[in-house]
Ligand binder design. Structure first.
Ligand code: GLN
Length: 380
């Protein structure tokens, strides 16, 4: 058994969801909406299931979905992508794996920003690379030019940027993107841009892709997710976009991971992405639930960190007057208060790990949010 996996615990998301299931707790841990995705998407799925082929679709994705993804990004981000720039994957996690396998060679150093989504480092290691963590500092999670430049060595080949950032719900500024693109060009680095939260934004906050920065078109890929856009996480439909010659190479990694993605799901997502009434997504409803969770938490005396994107709201335990570390808080809150959460330290390797910040998922119905806030308030 490979030690990378033999010595690895199950993910914090699976761990907390398992506890929530076993204990009947309200699950504000793993990120997923409590309701169904848009009815139009489900109708498109039903039509596709009855009328389209159930056999292997093309390896890089249905032409209809590749075209729809390219059209979607042209519409919402002004990107000029050919359908050949798109590789459809079975979820963004597979896209992350395909991208890392396609670009990381043994001995390569890969810059990861902490907090980091938990799939990155193990995949980099399994590809023979070395993750090098650059800590972002709470509460604003800013990118610091000197710290990043100091982490770059002659072996650095790749950076992984998650923007908007899970778990903090923050978005890189234009200056951050210019800084990162400048470093990539100056040091000849490739960027894997995990932008699955690109459409889950609030308060009118803009988002631009690192891939669109000067000099980045041929040295980056961008990862997107239908699950996040439409609130259908179990569908596991994602994609990677990049210059056609880059996408072709990433596709070779993808062909030996999942090879294809269920065609009826691809048809339905293609139809929904093409329809401006459904895409760019469901964030309007989540804007309301986010505000409800934030207001409720504040009323119960919790210190809430600023967020403008994602399904997540973080609380600062110390500033809330709670003397527990984040893991202890999450482990006890699910058992004693009946509310599951995610301790940020589980998404952090390397220096500067905070142990006092907990992530809560806000894309839930009002009654669930109110009950969770009540329980946490009574228990704290
Ligand atoms: N992206 C989800 C989250 O952050 C987790 C997905 C998973 O569990 N694989 O909650």
């Amino acid at each position: 058994l490979h030690p990378i996996y033999a010595e690895m615990p199950v993910t914090i998301f699976e761990h907390m969801s398992g506890l929530a299931r076993d204990l009947g707790a309200i699950n504000l841990g793993q990120g997923f909406p409590d309701g169904p995705p848009p009815a139009e998407l489900l109708r498109a799925l039903t039509r596709a299931a009855m009328e389209q082929s159930h056999q292997y679709p093309p390896m890089a994705g249905l032409p209809e979905l590749r075209r729809a993804v390219a059209g979607f990004y042209a519409r919402i981000q002004g990107l000029d992508l050919a359908p050949e720039s798109v590789v459809v994957t079975s979820g963004a996690t597979e896209a992350i794996a395909s991208a890392i396998l396609a670009v990381v060679a043994p001995g390569d150093e890969v810059l990861l920003f902490a907090p980091a989504y938990d799939a990155y480092a193990p995949l980099v290691r399994r590809a023979g690379g070395k993750p090098v963590f650059v800590a972002l500092k709470p509460p604003v999670w800013a990118f610091d030019a000197a710290t990043i430049a100091g982490a770059i060595t002659p072996r650095t080949r790749v950076i992984v940027l998650n923007d908007p950032l899970n778990p903090t719900g923050t978005v890189a500024s234009p200056a951050d993107l210019a800084l990162l693109a400048g470093l990539c060009v100056a040091h000849d680095l490739f960027a894997i841009c995990d932008e699955v939260w690109e459409n889950v934004r609030f308060d009118g906050r803009a988002h631009a892709s690192l891939l669109a920065q000067p000099g980045m078109a041929r040295r980056s890929v961008k990862i997107g997710s239908a699950g996040k856009i439409f609130g259908a996480t179990g569908w596991k439909v994602g994609w990677i976009v990049g210059a056609p010659e880059v996408a072709a190479v990433v596709g070779r990694a993808h062909q030996f991971l999942t090879f294809t993605t269920p065609p009826m799901l691809q048809w339905a997502v293609a139809e929904a992405l093409d329809d401006p009434a459904i895409a760019p997504g469901c964030h309007a409803q989540w804007s309301v639930t986010r505000e409800r969770l934030i207001a409720g938490l504040k009323q119960q005396g919790f210190c809430v960190l600023d967020n403008v994107a994602t399904w997540f709201t973080c609380i600062d335990l110390h500033a809330s007057g709670i003397a527990l570390d984040d893991r202890t808080f999450s482990e006890r809150a699910v058992r004693e208060a009946g509310v599951a959460s995610i301790p940020i330290s589980a998404l952090w390797e390397g220096e500067g790990r905070p142990d006092h910040i907990v992530r809560l998922c806000h894309c839930k119905n009002a009654a669930m949010i109110d009950e969770a806030v009540d329980r946490l308030g009574r228990w704290r």
